[in-house]
Design a protein around this ligand. Structure first.
Ligand code: UT7
Length: 345
């Protein structure tokens, strides 16, 4: 891309959404057959009933490309108009080339610059912040942000503390330049990192496509998590970050139409909802069917919320991500779509 430095003042707009879930459904019953757990324990402690796994030959880039195409179709935007592709992911196809470059090529975004972003489950909102900055600085007009993960390939399927949670999928958004007079766009971000908790959630390897042929990463290279410590961090940070944003904007939870948080555990979301006073109908939860897909979880949830009629043009959203790093990232944004086409299925 060639940055347009002479652009007039403009606001970044959340203009389209799209998602993709791989076909293979893995139920709690299937996990019960492998590790010492029960469907009841998983449902009551996490809210998850089933999740999706990528096909053996399916990679993070493959899934991201489908989600990206759905975002563009939803917006009615030709891929040639995309200036930048950012892929937040913990499971890139390789350390380089960037998965984003593969996605840009796959969708025909020939003039786009492309890079990956590493902020674990906070990655999608971190990437939205970067997209906003690029658009509002006049560096880009159309930025595609696509979170995509093949966590099933880096999960120790004999570790009952993690194998019940992690899953695969992709979701994306188009951040585009809107007229400053008429666009609300992204009102604020709250981003943070606390590396003192770095060892509480660790993934030593990425999503190398050769792992599929090997049946996944070796156990000592898979995700390691101190579940209760991350749980405490997540419940605290979700409330604090959301409250900080709302206070800074002189807004209350009554001004928010829908809260879409990282889908890690229903108990984390329910705790935050209680503390922040979010009524159930304004908290989106798709954990039951999709589990924890890290950087893909918020955009997958957004696209599903739209398709389920829970998210309408003009709605004010509160997005909250948290995860490895430890990191967190929240935003308040108005959903201002370019198109109406629903692309999830
Ligand atoms: O996406 C990144 C962010 N990640 C998160 O936010 C995850 C945060 N953590 C969690 O969601 C929860 O900590 C878990 C779901 C991972 C675990 O739930 P928990 O309520 O924190 O359980 P725990 O680790 O404190 O374990 C309680 C008990 C233990 O048994 P004892 O020692 O009390 O006898 C565990 O061994 O539950 C046992 N346990 C299980 N039992 C049946 C742990 N995993 C399982 C299991 N099935 N799958």
């Amino acid at each position: 891309m060639t940055p347009d430095r002479s652009a007039p003042r403009r606001r970044a707009r959340l203009a389209a959404l799209g998602g993709y879930a791989p076909a293979r459904v893995v139920t709690n019953a299937e996990i019960e057959r492998r590790v010492d757990t029960t469907d009841e324990w998983i449902r009551t402690r996490t809210g998850i009933r089933e999740r999706r796994y990528a096909a053996p030959d399916e990679t993070t880039a493959d899934m991201a490309a489908v989600a990206a195409e759905r975002v563009l179709a939803s917006a009615g935007l030709p891929s040639a108009e995309v200036d930048m592709v950012i892929v937040p992911t913990a499971t890139p196809d390789a350390l380089f080339p960037a998965t984003a470059a593969i996605v840009a090529d796959r969708i025909g975004a020939r003039r786009a610059a492309a890079y990956d972003l590493s902020a674990a489950c906070s990655g999608f909102v971190y990437a939205l912040a970067q997209a906003t900055a690029l658009v509002e600085a006049g560096m880009a007009g159309n930025v595609l942000v696509v979170g995509s993960e093949v966590l099933s390939r880096v999960t120790d399927h004999d570790d009952r503390a993690t194998c019940i949670l992690f899953a695969d999928g992709a979701g994306g958004a188009l951040v585009t330049a809107g007229d400053a007079e008429t666009t609300t766009g992204f009102l604020a971000f709250d981003l943070g990192a606390d590396g003192s908790g770095a060892d509480q959630l660790v993934l030593p390897v990425g999503g190398d496509r050769r792992l599929a042929a090997a049946g996944g990463a070796p156990a000592d290279a898979c995700i390691r998590m101190d579940g209760p410590a991350v749980f405490r961090f997540a419940t605290r940070v979700m409330v604090e970050s959301a409250q900080r944003l709302l206070d800074g904007l002189s807004m209350g939870i009554a001004d928010i139409d829908l809260v879409v948080a990282h889908q890690a555990n229903s108990r984390i979301m329910d705790h935050a909802a209680e503390r922040l006073g979010i009524p159930p109908e304004r908290l989106f939860n798709n954990l039951e069917l999709f589990g924890n897909t890290s950087s893909a979880s918020i955009p997958m949830a957004l696209a599903q919320a739209r398709d389920a009629g829970r998210l309408s043009p003009g709605d004010m959203l509160l997005l909250v991500g948290f995860g490895g790093g430890l990191t967190w990232a929240s935003s308040v944004v108005r959903y201002e779509p370019l198109g109406e086409e629903h692309q999830w299925a």
